[in-house]
Design a protein around this ligand. Structure first.
Ligand SMILES: [Zn+2]
Length: 122
């Protein structure tokens, strides 16, 4: 009980113990939220609000100045991390295909040996 730390999936919010979760580094942007033009800032600028006018100007002349790319590590559930879930049925299918391939390989080998023997005899 309580051996593992529980982690929450960054995308879907699914919670599971740490060994069942996948850690991934993601890139995200930050710092652009308070420089954008909002309806409120436009109206305020229209009414002579100097601060809002400055904010709108700042946005128009340097729209991407405050966008930073940052990296951080998040936890994801296997589904969101894109880890393939392999069911027993899928495993059996793969094993079946492997056996089939070996049988086919063996039959080809037998056929080749037979051809060689027939050639030698003839
Ligand atoms: Zn998830």
């Amino acid at each position: 009980m309580g051996e593992y730390t529980k982690r929450t999936c960054h995308k879907c919010g699914y919670r599971d113990i740490q060994p069942n979760m996948v850690q991934k580094e993601i890139e995200y942007t930050s710092g652009s939220s308070n420089t954008g033009i909002t309806g409120r800032s436009l109206i305020a600028a229209g009414f002579g609000d100097k601060k809002a006018q400055a904010q709108n100007r700042k946005y128009l002349f340097s729209p991407s100045k405050r966008v930073y790319k940052r990296r951080r590590k998040v936890w994801l559930c296997p589904d969101c991390a894109g880890v393939k879930h392999q069911s027993t049925a899928e495993n059996l299918k793969e094993i079946g295909m492997l056996i089939l391939r070996q049988i086919v390989g063996f039959l080809i080998l037998v056929f080749l040996i037979w051809v060689v023997i027939m050639t030698v005899d003839g």
